[in-house]
Structures are given as C-alpha cells and as structure tokens.
Design a protein around this ligand. Sequence first.
Ligand SMILES: Cc1cc2nc3c(=O)[nH]c(=O)nc-3n(C[C@H](O)[C@H](O)[C@H](O)COP(=O)(O)O)c2cc1C
Length: 191
Amino acid sequence: MNTLHAIAQRRSIRKFKADAIPEETLRQILLAATQAPSGKNKQPWHFVVVREDKRAEMVRIMREAIARFAEQGVDTGSSKWTVKVMAQAPVTVFVFNPYAEHGAGETGPDSAVWDIVDGQSIGAAIQNMLLAAQELGVGSLWICDVFYAYKELCAWLCQTTQMIAAVSLGIPDEAPGPRPRKAVDEVTAWF
Ligand SMILES: Cc1cc2nc3c(=O)[nH]c(=O)nc-3n(C[C@H](O)[C@H](O)[C@H](O)COP(=O)(O)O)c2cc1C
C-alpha cells in the first residue's frame, strides 16, 4: 500500500470485532509512532497500552466521570458514544507528553512554545500509528473525549505528566466511506 493510498483510505473506526490484536502487531504500530519526526528530536511521547483485561476498568472510569459532568449539567458532547467504542476495542493506547506536567504552558513563554512544538510532534506520532494500523489491517480511533476523565485516567494509569489523547485499536467491523473535507482551495492561499 503506498502512502497516499493509505492516507486516503484511513477512516475513524467506531465498530470493532472481538478479535484480539497480537502483541507483535501492537509493537509494529508503536514502532511507527516512534519513527515520527519531532522538534529537536525530543521524541516527547510516552505510550500506555490498555489491553483487554483492564478495558472494563477503563470504561468504568470514563463512564463515571462523564456521569458526574452530566449531573452537573455540563455538556458531555460525543463522549457517551466514544466510550462505547472504547468498550468494544480490544486495545486503547494512551499518549502522554512526558516533558509536560499537568497544566504545563502556564509557567512561561518557553514552556508555552515547547507545548506547541511537542504537541505537533505527538500529533505526527499518533498519525503514524493510525497509518501503520491501517497497513496492518487494524482499525483505529483517535480520541480526545478521554479529557472528560482526565484526572481519573491519569491517576489510574499512574501518570503524572500531560495526557494528550488516546487511540483505540481493533479489527474493523465497519467500512465507512470518506467523511467530508474542505476543498484544498478553501483552506489554501497561494502567494
Ligand atoms: C485530535 C482528535 C480528537 C478526536 N477525538 C475523537 C473522540 O473523542 N471521539 C470520536 O469518536 N472521534 C474522535 N476523533 C475522530 C474525528 O471525529 C474524525 O477524525 C473526523 O470526524 C474525520 O473522520 P475520519 O477520521 O474518518 O476521516 C478525533 C480526531 C482527532 C484528530
């Protein structure tokens, strides 16, 4: 599969089969993540892989946190649906920035700049994961709804640094068509 084809064919997958993902496949996906470019080659990523035996606990933590927000009248957006996906996926990989403490970016301009640079590097790593997963026949969903349970998940995963996102992985049980995109000319100015 060539790169442009992989980019064009990738979809967010929200229905997974029950099949487990072999550890070797997960390692290939994580290797691809670590091959991403990064500002000053800092490689500002740390991955925590939640496998099947811990999945129910992860889902419970998410559901309880979302319910608490809902009780307070906070709009919990798409998080209910995202948790359903996480409950189905055999694996969810949490991505942390080990250089950033909770709330980093508030301590000075250097820190704010590094948050931006590191954020780009981590985004590249996550995208590599998604494309590698696809090449290996594994579906993926990039997830930020984990922020509804930010503190609870960090505590549960024993992480004191900044959680950036999660990626659920599994064998796809759906083949969605392409989601709409703005046209290149709509988002590009040529100078
Ligand atoms: C930073 C980021 C956060 C996302 N968070 C979620 C999420 O929490 N739940 C979800 O269902 N999809 C999430 N998505 C997936 C987007 O909804 C999806 O990429 C977009 O609708 C385009 O669809 P496609 O990925 O199939 O092209 C996220 C994507 C990105 C890049």
